[in-house]
Design a protein around this ligand. Structure first.
Ligand code: PGA
Ligand code: ZN
Length: 445
């Protein structure tokens, strides 16, 4: 039984306010901290901010905090729900209480905080780890699988101050045998990359972006991928580490003329950027050339959230291992169905705050899997030390996760939790493995 549900304002990794929820049951007090995006999709559930410019530049979340303390919390306690059994009912009740299709009234940040804290309380009541609780919520018979971490080691787009349009260049230790080995490989490559950047551009460029990756003064994706290739070779992991790209292209799409401006970050500096504008066909050629030249099994948001035509054409003309929809799908079953019927992509990014409850995120993941798609669990650029998504990735057997670079506390919190889970699985009787090369279809073991 939920005895008390209350919220407070805390900080995220960008120094902006976010919401913390505490749920008290007979088994203890359980907390959750909610993350926040920068390159948010237009179709995401609503993150409620106060818009009072005198405090935190309008980014305060006291309205959302109040909605938990005054509305959601008392109503849930009155209903007498059990955190152990009733997560789906709790989430459904909050959705009805909100009454809007995108959680605009009470705030997806308020609702998600309660949902996550209730899941933790439920796991404690059942005396099982959170990943096991989430596994049961998902009704999975899937094997225990530790995901391949995709480390975002070069930050561009809205996540850094350099001129690179693409938001994330990731390294994935698919050739490791365990996550322990994979994390070591990634950390050593990250250190090699730091040295290379320092030698090429100067030590001043070894500062990091929002997700812990470096942000050297480069603009073109080839420059970034060459740096990664060199770093992987220097660390001695060629062929064992692959690359992923999140272009986050909604950020540089111009809906008026249907083009993509790879120089969008340099407009502010007054530089001419007409050379950087690309048609969708030119973007497709760019992606194809990158995929031919470098080991890239994963491409996220290569086209904008409503540029369905380009997604569909790319999918049709060019078979690609994993084409992930982030802003396109926003972890929403309706958008997943739209993408399926149009054949627009073959994987879903799973961000719990895009949809606003744990069980709706699980439903979206189950639907994506039932279509034979990949499911890629993700942090947000504005994160916290909450490590919930590590358990979610194991519990839903998603085979891969991204949580930024092997650097910055809020990023490594998730990787460290995965190391704990792997150590626990090693000691248990359970059959388990590291997803490795099979990250996209981990169940196929
Ligand atoms: P965001 O970035 O959290 O700023 O949206 C992450 C992503 O686009 O995958
Ligand atoms: Zn993305």
């Amino acid at each position: 039984m939920l005895l008390d549900v209350k919220a407070s304002q805390r900080l995220d990794s960008r120094g902006n306010p976010t919401i913390q929820v505490e749920v008290r049951t007979a088994h203890g007090t359980f907390r959750a901290l909610v993350p926040s995006g920068a390159s948010t999709g237009a179709h995401e559930a609503v993150e409620l901010r106060d818009h009072d410019k005198r405090k935190y530049g309008g980014k305060g979340v006291l309205t959302a905090v109040n909605n938990v303390n005054e509305i959601i919390g008392p109503a849930l306690v009155k209903e007498g729900y059990s955190s152990r059994r009733d997560l789906k009912q709790i989430d459904g009740f909050m959705r009805e209480l909100d009454g809007t299709p995108n959680k605009a009234k009470l705030g997806a940040n308020a609702i998600l905080g309660v949902s996550m804290a209730c899941a933790r309380a439920g796991a404690a009541a059942a005396n099982i780890p959170l990943y096991e609780f989430l596994r049961r919520e998902g009704g999975e018979e899937a094997p225990y699988m530790v995901p391949v971490p995709f480390f975002n080691v070069l930050n561009g787009g809205r996540h850094s101050g350099n001129g690179m349009a693409f938001q994330e260049l990731m390294i994935a230790p698919t050739g490791a045998k365990t996550i322990e080995e994979g994390i070591q490989m990634a950390s050593e490559t990250y250190c090699a990359l730091k040295q290379i950047i320092s030698d090429k551009f100067g030590a001043i460029y070894t500062g990091v972006g929002d997700e812990g990756g470096f942000a050297p003064p480069i603009t073109q994706p080839e420059e970034a991928l060459d740096l990664l290739t060199e770093a992987v070779a220097k660390a001695g992991y060629t062929d064992k580490i692959k690359f992923g790209i999140d272009a986050a292209s909604s950020e540089f799409f111009n809906p008026e003329n249907g083009t993509y401006d790879l120089g969008f970050k340099r407009i502010k500096e007054g530089e001419s950027h007409s050379d950087d504008v690309r048609t969708p066909a030119e973007m497709m050629e760019l992606y194809k050339s990158l995929i031919e030249k470098y080991p890239i099994p994963l491409l996220e948001d290569p086209f904008a959230e409503d540029d369905w035509e380009s997604w569909v054409k790319f999918c049709k003309d060019f078979y690609f291992e994993e084409l992930v929809g982030d802003d396109l799908l926003v972890t929403n079953v309706e958008r997943v169905r739209m993408a399926e019927s149009r054949v627009a992509c073959n994987a879903m990014l799973l961000k719990i705050n895009q949809i606003g409850t744990v069980t709706e995120a699980i439903d979206a993941a189950k639907l994506a899997k039932s279509l034979g798609w990949g499911v890629f669990v993700s942090h947000r650029s504005g994160e916290t030390t909450d490590d919930f998504i590590a358990d979610l990735s194991v519990g839903l057997c998603t085979g891969h996760i991204k949580s930024g670079a092997p650097c910055r506390g809020e990023r490594v919190a998730k990787y460290n939790r995965l190391l704990d889970i792997e150590a626990e699985l090693k000691e248990s009787w359970k059959p388990w493995s590291y997803a490795g090369e099979k990250f996209r279809k981990p169940e196929a073991f």
